[in-house]
Write a protein that binds this ligand. Structure first.
Ligand SMILES: C[S@@+](CC[C@H](N)C(=O)[O-])C[C@H]1O[C@@H](n2cnc3c(N)ncnc32)[C@H](O)[C@@H]1O
Length: 290
């Protein structure tokens, strides 16, 4: 089957995206289908940065979006403010963890081209960014390992990376934003149970999506030829049987109190109105392991 052309990029018969390094002089990328979803939050953060009164600023995302030849359909996801607010909620939970454990370790599972370290670094924390080989190869073109921050090439479903992060000072916070919904329920449970077993007294921040939201996303994914979500979870409290204690959870329309206080005016007006439609779509949850 011949390659399809989409925006600055080509998609070959395996669904792999190849950015166009030619005319536009963009960085060439080859990414698998799920990996390409990293452009949704990346583009959202870049756009937010260029808006008046942003909920977060991410100049690195602006640089990356300019530099990489990505498939423009990932820039067309409706409600681009949703991923940005989700990221801001995760940032809030990570900052709260670091306020209590400033020299602890944060592990970003399915990091994509995430720039949370740039926003929350306190000069003392330890950090790992883990993702699949093609994503980390792309990431390495723009980010470097340092003494306190390292990239790990692995699947979150592998076991070896647990040994690597175990050598870093505790407590650990495992953050997974926008990844688990693409896993089967069995894989989500296996990953969380593994973290619980290996890291008692650590913390986990993750996002869940309602059954209804996952159905809606699947229909949209089929129409736009993007990866479809699989794992639905109406209530993050249902994960407690894995040995997790739910400490807090929030939605993008009702963020944690610490974030609500700092919301730009635009969002203070928008969120109560959006709550009816998006309030039950998903949650960001913060757990402690038993
Ligand atoms: C929607 S993106 C989210 C990226 C990032 N967390 C963010 O919010 O900007 C999903 C990410 O999960 C990664 N991913 C998917 N399956 C994975 C796996 N088995 N192990 C590690 N990462 C995975 C993809 O490569 C991609 O970077």
């Amino acid at each position: 089957m011949p390659d399809r052309h989409e925006g600055d990029a080509r998609v070959d018969s395996t669904g792999t995206l190849t950015g166009d390094a030619g005319e536009a002089g963009k960085h060439e990328v080859r990414l698998g289908a799920v990996q390409q979803t990293l452009f949704i939050p990346l583009v959202s953060r870049a756009r937010e940065t260029n808006r008046w009164g942003p909920v977060l600023r991410d100049p690195k995302a602006v640089e990356l979006v300019r530099a990489i030849g990505y498939d423009t359909k990932y820039a067309e996801v409706p409600g681009g403010w949703g991923p940005v607010l989700r990221t801001a909620v995760f940032d809030t939970y990570v900052r709260e963890f670091l306020a209590r454990h400033p020299a602890g370790t944060v592990v970003e599972l399915g990091t994509g081209l995430n720039t949370r370290f740039e926003r929350v670094d306190n000069g003392r924390l330890h950090w790992f960014d883990l993702d699949l080989p093609d994503t980390i190869e792309l990431r390495r073109a723009f980010f470097e390992d340092t003494g306190r921050r390292r990239m790990i090439t692995a699947s979150a479903l592998d076991e070896e990376w647990l040994d690597v992060v175990a050598g870093s000072p505790g407590p650990h916070l495992f953050v997974t934003e926008g990844m688990l919904a693409y896993f089967s329920e069995e894989d989500v449970h296996a990953l969380l149970a593994r973290i619980v077993r290996r890291f008692p007294g650590s913390f986990v921040a993750l996002d869940t999506y309602s059954r209804q939201m996952v159905e809606r996303q699947r229909a949209m994914a089929a129409a736009r030829n993007v990866s479809a979500m699989t794992w639905a979870c109406d209530d993050p409290g249902a994960l407690e049987h894995l040995g997790l204690e739910l400490i807090d959870s929030a939605t993008i329309t009702k963020p944690p109190r610490a974030m609500r206080r700092k919301l730009p005016l635009r969002y203070r007006i928008k969120l109560p109105l959006a709550d009816r439609e998006y309030g039950k779509a998903g949650r960001i949850a913060f757990f402690r392991t038993a």
